[in-house]
Design a protein around this ligand. Structure first.
Ligand SMILES: Cc1cc2nc3c(=O)[nH]c(=O)nc-3n(C[C@H](O)[C@H](O)[C@H](O)COP(=O)(O)OP(=O)(O)OC[C@H]3O[C@@H](n4cnc5c(N)ncnc54)[C@H](O)[C@@H]3O)c2cc1C
Length: 406
């Protein structure tokens, strides 16, 4: 962790939050809806802060975006502007701290991002300089050094390769479960399948949440419902624009080590976990046509057939083989399709609903990177009542401007 990350984390009191606090006489009753990586981290931090926590999920832990995520942990140059970049840096710092305590499956070692576009060379050089100024271990690498870092990768078609030394990648399903186990160890109850169906209010305050398994008395509700588009409107009486997009990732069976770092290359991204499983993702997806659009219309979370899933995996393999020549076949374990929780402007939505102050919204892309810091802030704001200045730009009632690329 950089000095900057460490200082920011200590300022935020993250290290202190690792020690379960003594419970208040009447602990705040908090229901967390959604047991993806955001809900799981929030539940852990809330329970450790002394809240009486119940986590519910209508499907189960890490069954949606957190299952199919590529799970790159990063504060890369594309995380703009600096307020958002800083939040991601704090997320990366949080992973390092929590990994030591919880033995999370994170492989560190950095990422290598490739650029093949001559027109982008100058901008990337500026971004790399900016990354250094913002405390990242980022620099260009080439030649023998690059070959030594990744002996099985052919970078010859690229004009520039950027090494970001602080980055890593995790197994998001395992990490979600570890966060939930830690929440349970601090007294949280975890219930699934259990769907949030409504809220009971009295005099503008939350009294209970209604679920498919009956009512749960609650003082606060955290909506960590990911890309469930109607959740904010239904339960927080508030809506914000979203642009959820689908994404697919391929997971292979364990294989001998082929790549050492996260590779983010034109068209395709790859990393290999410590358990040997290769994870592949792609930038563009399949060619857009009517059949594809019809399949996506119902927001599926699984491929309609193994055959179609393998078609996606094969497309990713072909893209990856441009850079990893020995990748001539994949022993595919799973191909996942998931929906990114994505507020319209691309930035997190974090904070109390303007219409129902007891309902807290926690919806974000880059949610794997951000899970530790988002969980920390949710607990700080709900249990301690301390509003985090770093979240000012990410409040639900901000003006949602133009769509950004990240
Ligand atoms: C293909 C892909 C690649 C990605 N790559 C990266 C990456 O490299 N790095 C990174 O940082 N981020 C990445 N992301 C984003 C990241 O995965 C997400 O931001 C993160 O997983 C969101 O976690 P979550 O817990 O908010 O949502 P989810 O994991 O989707 O969990 C939401 C949960 O809410 C539950 N739920 C919904 N409605 C209800 C209800 N009414 N009652 C009860 N439960 C309900 C669902 O069942 C679900 O389990 C990627 C995402 C995708 C799809």
């Amino acid at each position: 962790m950089t000095v900057l990350d460490r200082r920011r984390f200590l300022q935020l009191g993250v290290a202190a939050a690792l020690v379960p606090r003594a419970r208040a006489a009447t602990p705040l009753r908090v229901v967390v809806a959604g047991a993806g990586i955001i809900g799981a981290s929030a539940a852990m931090h809330l329970a450790r802060a002394g809240a009486d926590v119940t986590v519910i999920d209508r499907a189960g832990p890490a069954t949606h975006a957190s299952r199919g995520s590529f799970a790159w942990i990063n504060a890369s140059w594309s995380k703009q502007p600096q307020a958002y970049h800083s939040l991601n840096q704090a997320g990366v710092g949080g992973w390092r701290i929590l990994q030591r305590e919880l033995k999370l499956p994170v492989r560190w070692g950095g990422s290598l991002e490739g650029n093949a576009d001559v027109a982008f060379e100058g901008t990337l050089a500026e971004r790399v300089a900016e990354q250094k100024a913002w405390g990242e271990k980022t620099r260009f690498v080439a030649g023998a050094e690059l070959a030594a870092l990744e002996p099985n990768v052919d970078f010859s078609s690229l004009r520039q390769v950027v090494l970001s030394g602080n980055d890593g990648a995790t197994d998001p399903v395992a990490s979600t479960r570890i966060f939930l186990d830690a929440a349970s160890a601090s007294g949280a109850k975890v219930s699934y399948p259990c769907e949030l169906t409504g809220v009971s209010m009295a005099n503008g305050r939350l009294k209970a949440v209604q679920t498919s398994r009956g009512d749960i008395a609650a003082d606060r509700l955290v909506l960590a419902t990911g890309a469930a588009a109607d959740a904010a409107r239904r339960f927080a009486d508030f809506d914000f624009p979203q642009r959820d997009t689908p994404g697919a990732t391929t997971l292979t069976a364990p294989m001998p080590r082929l790549v050492n770092r996260v590779l983010w290359l034109p068209g395709v991204h790859v990393h290999q976990r410590d358990d040997g499983r290769l994870v592949l993702g792609e930038d563009d997806g399949p060619p857009q046509n009517d059949a594809h659009a019809a399949r996506l219309a119902g927001h599926p979370n699984a491929f309609p057939s193994r055959e179609l899933a393998l078609e996606h995996a094969e497309r990713m393999r072909v893209l990856a083989q441009r850079y990893v020549p020995s990748l001539d076949k994949l022993d595919v374990e799973d191909v996942r399709i998931c929906w990114r929780p994505m507020p319209l402007d691309g930035y997190p939505v974090l904070g109390a609903s303007p219409a129902r102050r007891d309902v807290y919204l926690a919806v974000t892309h880059s949610g794997v990177t951000l899970a530790p810091i988002v969980g920390q802030y949710v607990a700080q704001e709900i249990v301690d009542g301390e509003l985090a200045r770093s979240l000012q730009a990410f409040r639900p009632d901000r003006k949602f401007g133009a769509t950004t690329g990240h």
